[in-house]
Design a protein around this ligand. Structure first.
Ligand SMILES: [Zn+2]
Ligand SMILES: [Zn+2]
Length: 270
C-alpha cells in the first residue's frame, strides 16, 4: 500500500479545515435564496442548477478572514509551500468578494490567474478559494427546500452548483445511491448502477473493486469513460465520519484506481 503519512497529513489538514468551516458557518448570516415558479420549472424540467438563478450573498470581511486563516492552516501543514502560500494570500486579499462571486458563477476556480502563477500555485489557490466559499455555500444549501436532489432530479451533476460528484454512498434505509458534491456539499439521488461521469448504465461496462483495509468501500469503474467513483456501502461498513473526511481517509483507493488507469475527481483541475 502507498505511504500512509500522506493520508495522515491530509487528514490533519482537512480536520482543521472542517473545524474552521464550522466556526465560520455560525458567523455567516442566514441566506435567503428565492426562485420564481418559472425558475423552479426550469430547474426540474431542464435541469438548470440553482446557482444559475441565485447566488449566495458573500461578506467581504469574512471572505478575507477565511482566506487568511486557511492560508495559516495550509502553511502550518505544509511548511515547504510557505512562500507559495504567501504569494496566494497577497493576491487573494487584494480581491473583493465580487471576485469570489464570479468564481461561483463560472468554473468554480479562479479565472485568468496572473501569468506569474505556476500550475501548482493555481491549484493551491483554487483549494483556498473553494474552502473559503464552502461555509457560504452550505448556509445556502441548508436554506433550500428538502426535496432538492430528490427522486425528481436524478442527473449526474449537482442540482445546486452543477458540479459532478466526487463521492457517493448507499443510503442505509433503502439502499439508494446518494451522490455528494465536492463544491457545495449538496447530496442528490442517482441511479445505483450508472456511471456518475458519463451516465453509462450498461452493467457489463461497470465493475468495482474493494480493499480489505477499508471495509465498506467500493470503487466503481466505468469502462466507457475510464473514470471511477468511491462509494461507501452503509450495509457493509461500520459507521462513518463526515464525508469530506471519509474522502480523505480513502485516498489509497484513489491511488489504486488511478494506477489501474482510471481518472477520478481528485485528478481533475480542481
Ligand atoms: Zn454542488
Ligand atoms: Zn462513465
Amino acid at each position: 500500500m502507498p505511504d500512509n503519512t500522506v493520508v495522515t497529513e491530509a487528514l490533519q489538514l482537512f480536520t482543521s479545515l472542517q473545524e474552521l468551516k464550522k466556526a465560520y458557518y455560525k458567523k455567516i448570516e442566514k441566506q435567503h435564496p428565492s426562485f420564481t415558479a418559472e425558475q423552479w420549472r426550469q430547474h426540474n424540467e431542464k435541469g438548470i442548477f440553482l446557482l444559475q438563478f441565485c447566488l449566495p450573498v458573500l461578506d467581504d470581511n469574512i471572505c478575507k478572514e477565511l482566506v487568511d486563516e486557511i492560508c495559516n492552516l495550509l502553511a502550518a501543514n505544509q511548511p515547504a509551500k510557505k512562500e507559495q502560500i504567501e504569494k496566494i494570500r497577497d493576491y487573494l486579499c487584494k480581491k473583493s468578494s465580487d471576485c469570489f462571486t464570479e468564481i461561483m458563477k463560472h468554473e468554480h476556480q479562479v479565472m485568468d490567474p496572473p501569468s506569474s502563477f505556476s500550475v501548482e500555485e493555481c491549484s493551491l489557490m483554487n483549494i483556498i478559494v473553494r474552502q473559503t466559499l464552502r461555509p457560504f455555500l452550505e448556509k445556502y444549501t441548508d436554506s433550500l427546500p428538502r426535496e432538492i436532489g430528490g427522486e425528481k432530479w436524478q442527473r449526474n451533476y449537482c442540482p445546486v452548483c452543477g458540479e459532478k460528484a466526487n463521492f457517493s454512498y448507499l443510503r442505509q434505509e433503502d439502499g439508494k445511491r446518494v451522490l455528494i458534491c465536492p463544491f457545495c456539499g449538496q447530496e442528490w439521488l442517482y441511479r445505483y448502477l450508472a456511471c456518475s461521469w458519463c451516465g453509462n448504465d450498461d452493467h457489463k461496462a461497470i465493475s468495482y473493486f474493494e480493499a480489505v483495509e477499508l471495509p465498506g468501500y467500493e470503487v466503481y469503474l466505468c469502462e466507457r469513460c475510464h473514470r471511477y467513483l468511491k462509494t461507501f456501502n452503509t450495509k457493509k461498513g461500520i459507521g462513518h465520519d463526515d464525508w469530506v473526511l471519509e474522502d480523505v481517509k480513502t485516498i489509497n483507493l484513489d491511488l489504486i484506481a488511478q494506477k489501474k488507469g482510471y481518472t477520478g475527481y481528485s485528478s481533475q483541475a480542481h
